[in-house]
Design a protein around this ligand. Sequence first.
Ligand SMILES: [Zn+2]
Length: 125
Amino acid sequence: MDSGTARKILDDCLRRHDALAGQLKDVGFLWQGSVSKRYLTCGKSSCPCHQDPAQRHGPYLYWSSKVAGRSVSKALSGPQAQVVQQWVANRVRFDSIVEQMKQVAKEALEAASVLQQEREREAGQ
Ligand SMILES: [Zn+2]
């Protein structure tokens, strides 16, 4: 790869990196784990929920995650569920942006190496 091509590729990667970095600051609060709906049977054995899965109670919202390698799960109250759902969605978006940034860096590596080599050559002269 010649240095002109390398410069062009690197500039393009830098532009994409900066655009992604700019998106990160607007993502908002981040919350690990995930939120899921559960339908449960109650304590009354005469209740239809014990016979028919469609009659189970809910949905109840639960947050779950791995903490120190162990799965943890916690019931969420209505307003808390709304907030945690939003923050989990923020984190998913954040992670996806970071993944894209890593991809851009992969694409930039060869061009950056070519330009680095050129700098070293010039410094050696
Ligand atoms: Zn029931």
